[in-house]
Design a protein around this ligand. Structure first.
Ligand SMILES: CC(C)(COP(=O)(O)OP(=O)(O)OC[C@H]1O[C@@H](n2cnc3c(N)ncnc32)[C@H](O)[C@@H]1OP(=O)(O)O)[C@@H](O)C(=O)NCCC(=O)NCCS
Length: 159
């Protein structure tokens, strides 16, 4: 079976998605990111997956009601039972083909077996220079995450 490395979700931003300032709220965008990431992770692994970490989350600009939103998700690293998905958000006027990037993050998912235990994921092998750069980025984020976890444990006494 050929595995699909990337998934794009595409839909319109609706009035129910906006905050009091009239722009799409960050919580809605985070939900879409998680949904796109999950679709990608479940498609790659063929398993139910759960979110365990979100890193490098940036909101670059607002999204307006009525704009078409595209959430692109891509496998950029696989571990033993986890995988990292890069998620990029684009938006624009549906009457034009122009899109602007409005946010991005990397989400770590863990594949679970039917008993809810972490289960091995199919390996993804970088195919070119860009893939290797993305995999390196995911690795560096993981290092930063461990440093931050250590710092929080020292400073706040919990993880
Ligand atoms: C997923 C879960 C069962 C894994 O349990 P666990 O005891 O952490 O399992 P392990 O220690 O064997 O870790 C499994 C993998 O997850 C990775 N992982 C676990 N927590 C992580 C975190 N916070 N960040 C990044 N990776 C993490 C580990 O590195 C390991 O990866 P690998 O197998 O590729 O090396 C458990 O963390 C869990 O239930 N988390 C809550 C998930 C959830 O409810 N999400 C929100 C709704 S979807």
């Amino acid at each position: 079976m050929e595995r699909q490395r990337g998934v794009t979700l595409r839909f319109l931003a609706e009035p129910g998605d906006v905050n009091f300032g009239g722009k799409v709220n960050g919580g809605a965008v985070m939900k879409w990111m998680d949904q796109a990431g999950y679709t990608c992770a479940a498609g790659w692994t063929g398993s139910y997956c759960v979110t365990v970490y979100v890193g490098g989350l940036h909101f670059l600009g607002p999204i307006h009601v009525g704009e078409v939103v595209e959430i692109k998700s891509l496998v950029i690293r696989t571990g033993r039972t986890s995988l990292d998905i890069a998620v990029d958000v684009y938006a624009g006027d549906p009457k034009s083909t122009e899109r602007r990037r409005t946010g991005y993050c990397v989400i770590v998912f863990v594949a679970l077996d039917t008993d809810g235990r972490p289960s091995p994921v199919p390996k993804w092998i970088p195919g070119d220079e860009l893939d290797r750069a993305l995999e390196g980025y995911a690795g560096r984020l993981a290092e930063l995450r461990k440093q931050m976890d250590g710092e929080m444990e020292r400073s706040l006494g919990h993880k």
